[in-house]
Design a protein around this ligand. Structure first.
Ligand code: 5GP
Ligand code: ZN
Length: 140
């Protein structure tokens, strides 16, 4: 087994680190990729999702490697304020004024990249995120 800690291992261990090797969002947030940041603060960076599912689809990620929202506590209050500042700035500089902000947590929650991120989505209507608009088994 490799001696390097993978991002996957970080999720299972619940680790929070300033930087994680082999993590695509750590690389983007630190400017070590071709992806241009559209907004950044001390704590967060924003950039377009590579596979947008709405006319506006921006990812707001933490600069520190945090596995998911499940790791957040009161010590992250400045980071969380910056997430909403990034959302506000992004909307202000877009043609949209309503949006959805989503953070998937864990595989069943739809999380694929194990680095804290929020999907900022705008430009179309969104269904009920709780799943109450999910087709029933008889209708599917
Ligand atoms: P998750 O499913 O983990 O909540 O969302 C991960 C998101 O990251 C997906 O919407 C996916 O399209 C996006 N993504 C994955 N890799 C990259 C990348 O290298 N660059 C950018 N800009 N987005 C990425
Ligand atoms: Zn990371």
């Amino acid at each position: 087994m490799s001696s390097k800690t993978s991002p996957q291992a970080a999720v299972s261990q619940g680790e929070t680190e300033l930087r994680m090797e082999s993590c695509v969002f750590c690389d983007i947030a630190a400017g070590r990729s071709d992806t241009a940041l559209t907004f950044e603060t001390e704590h967060v960076a924003a950039f377009p999702d590579i596979n947008p599912v709405a006319p506006l689809h921006v990812l707001i990620v933490s600069k520190a490697h945090i596995s998911s929202a499940a790791e957040l506590d009161r010590s992250h209050s400045a980071l969380l304020a910056d997430v909403f500042a990034a959302a506000k700035h992004t909307l202000r500089t877009s043609e949209f004024d309503t949006y959805r902000l989503v953070s998937n947590v864990g595989p069943e929650g739809g999380q694929v990249i194990p680095h804290l991120h929020f999907h900022l989505l705008a430009g179309r209507e969104f269904g009920d995120p709780t799943g109450s608009d999910r087709p029933s088994e008889e209708n599917s």
